[in-house]
Design a protein around this ligand. Structure first.
Ligand code: NAD
Length: 240
């Protein structure tokens, strides 16, 4: 076991769970997180040695601050912050009336303000370890596509935040993002017929699995001269 510590937000499920599992198997001490996900989080924590689960809402400054301070209380350091927690809903882009204010505010708060809150709270600890931040953006932030217009805008914001923070926090902290395409998780499992369309038309001719994202995130950790970038993980779906 190395002594390095990573927080993976939104790791009680899906992509975050795969990232946390990969890091734990590589010897990292991992702080698992979700919101109202104690049961799933504690089950995963029991499986991953050296991990703890902390339930916290990253969309609020209080939630983010408590997640970081409990991490420091537990492990005394922080090397990597993976801002992965996110929410989405399928809303056809042409149906503007189906997008209510509550959804706009919630998707921005979790998907965009969450990474901001967490980066702000983690900054002094990441400076101390010359650490790094990796944000889970989305292909929807790179193309005029995605599950809904507010979601796509939140992820475009995450990509811009990644670039701005890479400039603002370098050279102490590297900041990168990954942009998954359609990944088979509890969030997207019932998204028919998009699921079938992606399976048949993506150049890789399959859906992504959470481990595809975990592989790239793990690779980024050792890419010391890479910062401010966003890497699509989409089986070539950005070409469609
Ligand atoms: P998921 O629903 O399986 O997992 C979401 C996780 O986020 C859960 O652990 C949940 O508890 C946590 N979460 C939700 N709100 C939170 C909050 N306020 N505070 C803390 N944790 C919170 O979803 P997933 O498919 O694994 O998605 C993970 C990330 O990947 C999201 O940011 C999502 O937008 C992004 N993404 C997913 C896909 C895909 O196809 N699945 C594609 C591109 C991007």
């Amino acid at each position: 076991m190395n002594d390095q510590v990573a927080i993976v937000t939104g790791s009680s499920s899906g992509i975050g769970k795969a990232i946390a599992t990969r890091l734990s198997r590589e010897g990292w001490r991992v702080v698992l997180n979700g919101y109202h996900s104690q049961t799933e989080g504690q089950l995963l924590s029991a499986e991953l040695s050296g991990s703890v689960y902390i339930d916290a809402d990253v969309s609020t400054a209080d939630g983010a601050n408590s997640l970081v301070s409990k991490t420091i209380d537990e492990f005394g350091r922080l090397d990597v912050l993976i801002n992965n927690a996110g929410i989405a809903r399928q809303i056809p882009h042409s149906d503007l009336d189906a997008v209510d204010d509550e959804f706009w505010d919630q998707v921005m708060a979790v998907n965009l303000k969450g990474p901001w809150n967490m980066s702000k709270a983690a900054r002094p600890h990441l400076v101390a370890t010359r650490g790094q931040i990796i944000n889970t953006a989305s292909l929807a932030g790179l193309k005029a596509a995605g599950s809904s217009i507010p979601y796509a805008i939140s992820k475009a914001g995450v990509i811009h935040l990644t670039q701005l923070l890479a400039k603002a926090l370098g050279p102490d902290i590297r900041v990168n993002a990954v942009a998954p395409g359609y990944i088979d998780t509890p969030l997207t499992r019932d998204w028919h017929p998009l699921r079938e369309f992606m399976e048949e038309n993506t150049p890789a001719r399959r859906l992504g699995v959470p481990e595809d994202v975990a592989e790239v995130v793990h690779g980024l950790l050792s890419m010391r001269y890479v910062t401010g970038t966003t890497i699509p993980i989409d089986g070539g779906a950005h070409l469609l």
